[in-house]
Design a protein around this ligand. Structure first.
Ligand code: NAP
Length: 485
């Protein structure tokens, strides 16, 4: 099945922080791939902006190096790279100074979609927003893209929203959560709302519980001091995992329209119960002899650290659809495997007609985000052979690679898709300001609770599945986590 590419309107995209890590690893290679596919056309321009005093040629050379490092070799086409670099400019700008802005204004072309990517520390968002207006670089139609973290609590998120709102309308602001750009995450909406099959049973009556796992094998070495100010709750749960939970739990929007979708997500966040202390397990990885490496305390350069590199939570949603169906969330660093998935476990049939029930297992719909994006439905069948009616569980596998063939490899990565959505002016996959604030309003008391109690995270072995207490969180409810593999 061919992946259709519809070119976007020509644009001028300014990347503040164009020389930074995110621009080098994700944004610029992603734009090159969209150019290669034909989605970004030859009349679009990309302008890097940072304090470094670079010539345009030097910036282009650094973009060439990013492509060489971060784009798969078979997609590196010299003629296309040269053409792409020809569309790239650079301007030296300090977000906190007045120099460079007139030059940037002169580069903006009338009639083009105009977008500004704030790939800089959030402390600079206000300065950039203000100067874009002061110097007449942005207009009433310009779009701005802001990166995570969007605040570290409700107060700071509100302050950020306010500073952006002074210069831009909500319809101009694109808050990126790259999880929403993943193919499978969008497929979750297609599966739920384009099929009659699932929606009638998508409720507490038929769903026993939901597990959302984001397991990483990486540690925080090299950025431990930064991570230590955040921790897993702020870094993963409040944003990425919250978004996944919303997409599973939300009511059908009346239309696949940015505000209709975001209204429904917001209702879910507002319906979340406060989480009880006994429903939270925080962990910190420790070094193990066989797995090598250092402990979290060493990586964070803070021997007294109480920040969690792992968290598991049981979350309840107080509404008609979900009352009685807990959502278990867990995420952590330095775990056994890199694996992100959502698993929806259905309830037992009300009555078994089979004498031999031993092989029976629950139906589980597994949505894999990584590795191998795809979906799998665990169903019961008769064990093959003449040995009578015995039950066994098999997966119905819906991996994209199988269904779509080699074209599945051409599915754009989350950043590519989201940047193209900015140019198209489609905010469906971006968080709205009130959503972000509601998520912090839920997360804040949880964080304040463990800070006030002085809770210490439980240590877990590097390379394990996380702390022992996280197993208990489910065992005591008669359930178990799926293996991390
Ligand atoms: P980074 O590597 O430190 O890059 C920061 C960029 O900002 C550089 O280009 C820097 O260039 C520029 N900059 C710094 N101060 C400036 C100023 N006063 N005026 C203009 N430009 C300035 O940071 P990053 O990792 O790319 O992260 C950028 C943003 O994305 C942050 O908000 C981060 O939280 C977020 N983010 C990053 C990642 C990631 O994987 N890296 C993932 C998710 C979110 P000069 O020093 O030359 O000015």
């Amino acid at each position: 099945m061919a992946v259709r590419v519809i070119p976007v309107d020509p644009f001028d995209l300014v990347i503040f922080g164009g020389t930074g890590d995110l621009a080098r690893r994700k944004i610029l290679p992603g734009l090159y791939l969209r150019f290669l596919s034909g989605q970004m056309t030859a009349d679009s321009r990309i302008i890097g902006a940072a304090r470094a005093d670079l010539t345009e040629e030097a910036f282009r050379q650094s973009v060439r190096e990013s492509i060489a490092e971060f784009v798969p070799k078979p997609k590196q086409d010299e003629a296309v790279i040269s053409a792409f670099l020809g569309q790239i400019g650079y301007v030296t700008i300090d977000a906190k100074g007045e120099g460079g802005w007139p030059a940037l204004k002169a580069m903006m072309r009338p009639g083009m979609v105009r977008a500004f990517y704030f790939s800089v520390a959030p402390a600079l968002f206000g300065d950039i927003a203000e100067r874009l207006h002061l110097h007449g670089v942005a207009d009433g139609e310009s779009r701005i893209v802001v990166e995570k973290p969007f605040g570290r609590d409700l107060a700071s998120a509100r302050a950020l929203n306010e500073v952006l709102a002074q210069h831009f309308k909500e319809s101009q602001i694109y808050r990126i959560d790259h999880y929403l750009g993943k193919e499978t995450v969008q497929n979750l909406m297609a599966v739920r709302f384009a099929n009659i099959l699932f929606e009638p049973i998508w409720k507490a009556e038929y769903i026993d519980h939901v597990q959302i796992t984001v397991a990483e094998t990486v540690d925080v070495a090299g950025r431990g001091a930064y991570y230590d100010k955040s921790g897993a709750m702020r870094d993963m749960v409040q944003n990425h995992m919250m978004q996944l939970l919303c997409l599973i739990a939300m009511e059908p929007p009346y239309h696949f329209d940015p505000n209709a979708v975001r209204d429904e997500k917001l209702k879910v966040i507002r319906a979340l119960d406060a989480v009880k202390p006994e429903d939270i397990v925080r962990g910190q990885y420790r070094a193990t002899i066989d797995k090598g490496g250092d402990s979290y305390a060493v990586h964070s350069e803070n021997p007294e650290t109480r920040t969690e590199s792992y968290i598991a939570l049981k979350v309840n949603i107080s509404n008609w659809r979900w009352k009685g169906t807990p959502f278990y969330l867990r995420t952590g660093k330095k775990l056994r495997a890199r694996s992100s998935e959502i698993a929806i476990t259905f309830r037992e049939p009300p009555h078994s007609i089979f004498d031999d029930h031993t092989g029976w297992r629950e139906n589980v719909l597994v949505i894999r985000l990584q590795p191998n994006e795809g979906m799998e439905m665990m169903v019961m069948i008769k064990e093959p052979g003449p040995g009578g009616m015995r039950l066994t569980q098999v997966p119905l596998d819906m991996s994209f690679a199988d269904a779509l063939g080699s074209e599945a490899n051409d599915v754009p990565d989350a950043y590519e898709r989201l940047i193209m959505d900015v140019i198209r002016g489609n905010q469906t996959l971006f968080m709205r300001g009130d959503e972000v604030e509601a998520a912090w309003a839920w997360a804040d008391p949880i964080i304040q609770g463990w800070e006030a109690r002085g809770d210490r995270p439980q240590l877990y072995d590097a390379g394990s599945s996380g702390p022992e207490d996280a197993l208990m969180l489910m065992h005591r409810d008669g359930r178990r986590w799926r293996d991390i593999r």
